[in-house]
Design a protein around this ligand. Structure first.
Ligand SMILES: Nc1ncnc2c1ncn2[C@@H]1O[C@H](COP(=O)(O)OP(=O)(O)OP(=O)(O)O)[C@@H](O)[C@H]1O
Ligand SMILES: [Mg+2]
Length: 267
C-alpha cells in the first residue's frame, strides 16, 4: 500500500509565497503522475482560488463543502474532497468562516490533533502520494493543528528585509510543535520572489545559508509576473504557462521536494 506523505507550507510572515508555492508544487507533482490532495487551511481562500473561480469557491461554501465544516464537525475529511480540472489533483477548499476556527477548537478534546484525525482515513486509504496543506500567516492553535497533521514543513521565505524578520520566532514555534510531534521534520526554507539583480537577494541567501541546522532548498523561485496572470485566471502557473521561468522553477522544486520526502515514501 502507498505511504502518503503530508507536507505543510508555513510562515507567519504574510505574503511570503506559501499559497503560490503550495499550489504550484502540487500541480507540478500531479503532472508527473503523483496523486495529490491539496488542503486549503486559510480563510483567505487563496489555494482554493488557485483552481476555482470566486463564484465556484463561494458556492462550495454555501454547500458546506469545505474544511471549516469538516473540522468543526470532526468528521472524516474524505467527504469534503473536490476534483480540480487537472488529473491527479484534488482539493479540500476553505471558507471565510475559518476566521473563527481558533475559537471553535478551543474547547475540543485533544484540539491540536483534530485535522490529523480528519485526514487519517485518507492517509490510510493510500489513495494519494502527497497531501499538501496551505497554512495562514499566523502561529496559533490552528497552525499547530496543521503542523501536527504533517510529516514535513516547508517554509517559503520572501527574499526581502522584512521577509527575514521574525524567522527565528517561527523556528522556535516549530521546535515546540516537534516536542508534541517528534516525527515532524523541517524540510527546509525555499526562497521566493527573488530578484537576482538585487544585491539584497545575494545577502539573503548568505544569511539563510548561515542559519544553523536549517536546510536551504536548492531551487529558488524568482519574481515572475506570469504567476499573477495565472492566479488571475484561477490556475497555477505550471498549468497556465508551462514554458515560463517560474513554471520551470516550481517543477524543479517539486522534484526536489519529492526527493527529500523519499525517506518516508516508497515508490
Ligand atoms: N515568484 C513570484 N513572482 C511574482 N509574484 C509572486 C511570486 N510569488 C508570489 N507572488 C505574489 O505575491 C503575493 C503573495 O503570495 P502568496 O499569496 O503565495 O503568499 P502567502 O504567503 O500565501 O500569503 P499569505 O500569508 O497572505 O497567505 C501574491 O499576490 C502572489 O501573486
Ligand atoms: Mg496564503
Amino acid at each position: 500500500m502507498k505511504n502518503t506523505v503530508t507536507i505543510c507550507f508555513t510562515n507567519n510572515k504574510g505574503g511570503s509565497g506559501k499559497s503560490t508555492t503550495c499550489s504550484n508544487v502540487g500541480a507540478a507533482m500531479a503532472r508527473t503522475g503523483r496523486k495529490v490532495l491539496l488542503v486549503d487551511g486559510d480563510m483567505q481562500l487563496n489555494l482554493s482560488l488557485s483552481f476555482f473561480t470566486e463564484e465556484e469557491v463561494l458556492s462550495m461554501a454555501e454547500n458546506q463543502k469545505n474544511l471549516y465544516y469538516g473540522v468543526t464537525r470532526q468528521e472524516d475529511l474524505s467527504d469534503y474532497i473536490v476534483h480540480t480540472r487537472y488529473d491527479n489533483l484534488d482539493l479540500i477548499p476553505s471558507s471565510t468562516l475559518m476566521s473563527s476556527i481558533e475559537y471553535e477548537l478551543f474547547t475540543k478534546w485533544q484540539r491540536e490533533f483534530i485535522l490529523r484525525k480528519g485526514l487519517q482515513k485518507i492517509k490510510e486509504s493510500g489513495e494519494y502520494d502527497f497531501i499538501l496543506i496551505d497554512a495562514p500567516p499566523t502561529l496559533g492553535g490552528w497552525v499547530m493543528n496543521i503542523l501536527c497533521a504533517s510529516d514535513y514543513v516547508l517554509v517559503p521565505v520572501e527574499a526581502s528585509p522584512w521577509g527575514m524578520f521574525g524567522l527565528a520566532n517561527m523556528f522556535d514555534f516549530l521546535n515546540h510543535v516537534r516536542e508534541l510531534v517528534p516525527s515532524l521534520e523541517v524540510m527546509g526554507i525555499v526562497v521566493t520572489k527573488a530578484d537576482g539583480r538585487k544585491g539584497y537577494f545575494r545577502q539573503t541567501m548568505e544569511t539563510l545559508r548561515d542559519m544553523e541546522g536549517i536546510r536551504l532548498m536548492e531551487s529558488v523561485i524568482r519574481v515572475d509576473s506570469n504567476i499573477e496572470w495565472a492566479q488571475d485566471n484561477s490556475a497555477p502557473v505550471v498549468e497556465y504557462k508551462h514554458s515560463s521561468r517560474s513554471a520551470k522553477e516550481y517543477t524543479a522544486l517539486a522534484e526536489e521536494v519529492i526527493r527529500n520526502a523519499g525517506g518516508k515514501r516508497e515508490y
